[in-house]
Design a protein around this ligand. Structure first.
Ligand code: C5P
Length: 249
């Protein structure tokens, strides 16, 4: 069986692609150009601030209707009532996952969770710990002098105790957080690069797809390494192939 053949992947009963492609674009045309090369069985899609600001909720709904699981990555961080209301609207869009910043505090996290529960939706709610673009020195500049790994773990545990479904963190911290919370606590990891020695762009805490899965990441957010590839579909299939033995796909 050719591991790069998508049909062979789709037909395997246990297969759930862990890849979330970051649609960091400013137009619907660019999104459609990419996704017509893809398939909902091969990946999920992430709509972040750039695309959402450019194209709004209509495009999110369009992606949901076309069968993709959509991660609405707006990283809400505001007063508890505002985040509660924003999460309700997010759930009503039918998204698979949405997120808030764990540093918004425990009351904000609890209100976000309440909004999802009241929406009677299956939407997963996760919290960003520390952005993967930040290192220890960046954190210190914000006035936080705690060791970055300790700080991330504290934010993850707060999110877990507030009832959230998981966190966003770097793959480097995934196993540590899994062990300190629960095997079911979802770990979503951006900062994925295809080789250890490639250009990291603005990401600081990076890992390859295979190592991220081995380090217990559940879902991998991948943007530029796929969207800027000469053939995004071939790149996605190659990544799926590289991790399939670990994910038993
Ligand atoms: O292009 P690249 O693979 O670096 O894309 C990373 C994506 O993941 C971006 O859309 C970015 O907003 C998102 N993200 C991140 N770090 C986080 C959370 C989300 O890089 N902590």
């Amino acid at each position: 069986m050719n591991p790069l053949n998508p049909v062979s992947l789709e037909n395997q009963a246990n297969f759930e692609s862990p890849i979330i492609i970051a649609l960091d674009y400013t137009s619907e045309a660019e999104v459609m150009n990419l996704i017509q090369q893809l398939d909902p069985s091969l990946c999920k899609l992430k709509v972040g601030k750039e695309l959402f600001t450019a194209c709004g909720p209509k495009l999110v709904e369009k992606l949901v209707i076309s069968g993709y699981k959509v991660f609405l990555d707006l990283k809400f961080h505001d007063i508890p009532n505002t985040v509660y209301r924003a999460c309700k609207v997010g759930c009503n869009l039918g998204v698979w996952m949405l997120n808030v910043h764990a540093s918004g505090g425990i009351r904000m996290l609890e209100q976000a969770k309440l909004a999802v529960d009241e929406s009677n939706s299956d939407t997963l709610l996760i919290a960003v710990t520390v952005l993967t673009s930040m290192n220890q020195a960046d954190l210190a500049q914000t006035g936080i002098n705690e060791d970055i790994k300790t700080h991330i773990l504290n934010l993850a545990q707060q999110s877990y105790h507030a009832g959230l479904d998981g966190v966003v963190c770097s793959a480097q911290e995934a196993a540590h957080i899994k062990h300190a919370t629960s095997p079911d606590f979802i770990i979503v990891t951006p900062g994925i690069r295809l080789n250890d020695d490639v250009t990291t762009d603005d990401q600081q805490r990076i890992m390859t797809p295979k190592k991220a899965i081995q380090n217990l990441a559940d879902y991998l957010v991948i943007g530029r390494p796929i969207t800027e590839a000469d053939d995004p579909r071939e790149q996605l299939l190659a990544i799926l192939s590289s991790i399939k033995s670990i994910k038993s796909v």
